[in-house]
Design a protein around this ligand. Structure first.
Ligand code: CMX
Length: 439
């Protein structure tokens, strides 16, 4: 069975040749123009970044190396006894563009679990943090401190050749992904369970999601373990322009190692316009339960949606900056709930479905949002909640373990393709006026 290192060593020269051809034959072709509005408008729609693992289409959603989510669910291996694609298989696929065999997946999973053991200085650093510190801040600190043992940083200092950069970048990225799971479980125990001393040991023959679930006290729940697998596989990557992915790529371009790059990405994921939205959806649904009770009619739900909009608030979990159709990540999570009778019967999850049936028409009539359909956050929190993970502040940490796989896959490709320091041009308003010839 081939290792991830050998597999990438084979693929990288092929893709380096494609990059060389694109740059030498088509380097001066135009991909788009930039308007003044885009300079003020968050750079939406500007095509200016290379991102290999995934591309987002506004109509059909995300494709990972060309495959839709249902296509990935079809081909990526699952755990023994599990129904959902394994995040480890998705990580291999994001890194290589090749679907791993069952044997490759098991070998890769074992390697990652072995790497997920934390150095003792990370454990003591995490244990010393106040329980009142937001779990995402703890996550940022834990991942940044992994840089202590960065192979990339050490080999760079020792004078490594540029052509070799990707090798220790891959090693650090594998460590970073694996250790993100154990950092997350330690943060959970420290913050909500009074400390990590009773944390179950890692089971080396099991996957990262099982071990994470087991360490935070949900190892006996098959449904929860499979949800964590699906959740982690789905949130890995959403092309390059989102804040967390872009940050890892930007910071990595300064040749900061993968730990520093991903720690910075996590700081972006912690923002309420990005990773925090899933907890808002749950708060919205619980408010709805408080106000109109469980299992209310669609009429009552529509009234509740309108009253929220009339207060000038958004319907969390609906709308998207790029998507113009229901998010296929939402559809996958919704199907997960629908296919499990005990979840489907949960009134909180019931409201996820009821909102999906009612909110798009209300938002369309309201007439503001460009996309009246649900995004991934519309379902994810209610599923975690169903299984008993009720600490909302922790939800974004689960997003963070997942996003490491997509963001760092591209960081490996950044180094393999020799991409330079990222440094776009900025302009003052005076400089804009001068450029457009306005007095
Ligand atoms: N409910 C009510 N109004 C909404 C809305 C919603 N769910 N989504 C958008 N709008 C409003 C916007 O607030 C904006 O109003 P103003 O013109 O008064 O500012 C108008 O519709 C146009 O917005 P848009 O162009 O459709 O959406 P944006 O690209 O600006 O923003 C997003 C996208 C996701 C931030 C927005 O739809 C929103 O706030 N949704 C609710 C929060 C949410 O679910 N966030 C999670 C996003 C998931 C992710 O990024 O992964």
């Amino acid at each position: 069975t081939k290792t991830i290192q050998d597999t990438l060593a084979e693929i990288i020269p092929e893709r380096q040749a494609i990059a060389k051809e694109l740059r030498s034959q088509h380097g001066s072709k135009v991909l788009g123009e930039v308007t003044v509005e885009q300079v003020f408008g968050g750079m939406r729609g500007i095509k200016a970044m290379l991102w290999e693992p995934s591309v987002l289409d506004s109509e059909e959603g995300i494709r990972f190396w060309g495959r839709t989510i249902p296509e990935c669910q079809e081909v990526l291996p699952t755990a023994p006894g599990g129904k959902e694609m394994l995040p480890e298989a998705m990580f291999w696929y994001l890194l290589t563009g090749k679907v791993p065999t069952a044997e490759e997946t098991v070998q890769f999973q074992n390697e990652l679990v072995k790497r997920s053991v934390l150095p003792s200085h990370i454990e003591s650093t995490l244990d010393a943090l106040p329980k009142t510190l937001h779990p995402m801040t703890q996550f940022v600190i834990g991942v940044a401190a992994l840089n202590h043992d960065s192979k990339f940083a050490a080999q760079y200092k020792a004078g490594m050749k540029k052509a070799d950069y990707w090798v220790p970048t891959l090693e650090d990225s594998l460590d970073c992904v694996a250790k993100s799971f154990t950092i997350a479980s330690r943060i959970y125990r420290n913050t909500y369970l009074g400390g990590a001393k009773d944390m179950p040991a890692l089971q080396m023959d099991k996957d990262l999601s099982f071990n994470f679930a087991n360490q935070i006290g949900f190892g006996d729940s098959e449904g929860f373990v499979d949800l964590i697998r699906l959740y982690n596989a789905l949130h890995t990557d959403h092309e390059g322009g989102n804040v967390s992915a872009h940050t890892a790529h930007l910071v990595g371009s300064a040749l900061s190692d993968p730990f520093l790059s991903y720690s910075a990405a996590l700081a972006g994921l912690a923002g309420p316009l990005h990773g925090l939205a899933n907890q808002e959806v749950l708060r919205f649904i619980l408010d709805m339960v408080k106000e109109i009770g469980e299992g209310a009619s669609n009429e009552k739900i529509v009234e509740f949606i309108w009253s929220t909009l009339k207060k000038g608030q958004v319907i969390p979990g609906y709308g998207h900056a790029v998507l113009r159709k229901p998010d296929p990540r939402f559809m996958a999570l919704q199907q997960f709930g629908e296919s499990r009778p005990e979840v489907a019967a949960d009134p909180v999850f019931g409201y996820v479905n009821a909102l999906y049936k009612t909110a798009p028409a209300v938002l369309t009539e309201h007439g503001k949002t460009k996309n009246p359909f649900p995004n991934v956050d519309a379902a994810s929190g209610s599923l975690l909640y169903h299984y008993g993970l009720k600490n909302f502040d922790f939800y974004t940490v689960t997003f963070g373990t997942s996003r490491s796989m997509g963001a760092l896959s591209q960081v490996v490709w950044d180094r393999a393709l020799g991409l330079p320091l990222e440094r776009p041009k900025s302009l003052s308003m005076g400089a804009i006026n001068k450029l457009i010839g306005s007095p």
